[in-house]
Design a protein around this ligand. Structure first.
Ligand SMILES: NC(=O)c1ccc[n+]([C@@H]2O[C@H](COP(=O)([O-])OP(=O)(O)OC[C@H]3O[C@@H](n4cnc5c(N)ncnc54)[C@H](O)[C@@H]3O)[C@@H](O)[C@H]2O)c1
Length: 247
């Protein structure tokens, strides 16, 4: 498989390592230094593109892949406000896209557990629910895309919550803000080089209950993204890891 890496940072490099072992070929790499040279024609000899770039770059990169008719796997987070536009274009133009806020197989199992738990807890009003996420200090967006996906699933089930309250713990203004009962708190912490820890916590006066996913390295995200790239090659349409893993 001939791959274009759109974004050649921590994730791009992790994907490259696994791709080499699997005998795939990285034929094109884009980062901040050559982003202006990247055109649809640059993808002439590419079977699939994998985007782990920046929230501000992802949409443009996706559109260039559509124009070049090259399937794309998108791991970048922070662009989902434009998701509807991309989805419509993908379907109308018969293009191929896999997107996930988290490509690790473990996190996708965790998403499923969160859905089951939030369904079970929906009727127990004694419990409040919150999400915590911890990532490395270079992470650009907050809350993490993974935390937002977890929150979306909880908000669907929990009638007592109707919006997200985003709290970055190092921002003293935000850290002191109170949380209303209808708000689902997502607390974001930035520490050292933490790959990604997500916890969903239910709390009552009697007890507390939590589920946690702790990524030990970027290997899981990279492995999942490559699996998605192999899977999308012969398909048209817009997919997530749910479709690939069939959990
Ligand atoms: N979905 C997942 O499983 C998953 C896992 C980890 C990270 N992420 C997300 O992936 C993205 C990248 O993460 P990272 O840790 O590799 O970040 P990083 O900062 O290490 O790398 C980002 C790369 O994008 C490049 N870039 C900047 N502008 C670009 C442009 N216009 N076109 C192409 N590349 C450009 C930068 O030069 C850099 O090489 C982030 O949004 C992060 O949240 C997703």
């Amino acid at each position: 498989m001939k791959i274009a890496l759109l974004g050649y940072g921590k994730m791009g490099k992790a994907i490259e390592k696994i791709a080499e072992v699997k005998n795939h070929e990285i034929v094109y790499r884009v980062d901040l230094n050559n982003a202006f040279d990247f055109l649809p024609v640059s993808l002439q000899n590419v079977d699939v593109a994998i985007d782990f770039s920046m929230p501000t770059a992802a949409v443009d990169n996706i559109l260039k892949c559509f124009e070049a008719k090259v399937p794309i796997v998108v791991g970048t987070t922070g662009w989902y406000d434009q998701f509807d536009l991309i989805k419509e274009k993908c379907l109308n133009e018969n293009q191929s896209l896999v997107h996930s806020t988290n490509f690790s197989i473990g996190v996708n199992i965790f998403y499923k557990l969160n859905k089951i738990l939030s369904g079970m807890m929906a009727n127990y009003s004694d419990y409040d629910v919150m999400i915590e996420e911890i990532h490395h200090t270079q992470k650009k967006d907050h809350p993490s895309g993974t935390a937002l996906t977890l929150a979306k699933h909880i908000l669907k089930d929990n009638q007592r919550k109707d919006k997200i309250k985003d709290r970055l713990i190092f921002d003293s203004k935000q850290a002191s803000q109170s949380v209303k009962p209808n708000e689902l708190l997502i607390e974001s912490m930035r520490e050292g080089d933490v790959t990604g820890i997500h916890t969903v916590r239910y709390e009552s006066v009697i007890d507390s209950m939590s589920i946690t996913h702790d990524a030990k390295s970027r290997y899981g995200f990279a492995k999942g993204a490559l699996l998605a790239a192999e899977w999308i090659l012969d398909k048209k349409g817009i997919y997530t890891m749910d479709d690939i893993l069939q959990l």
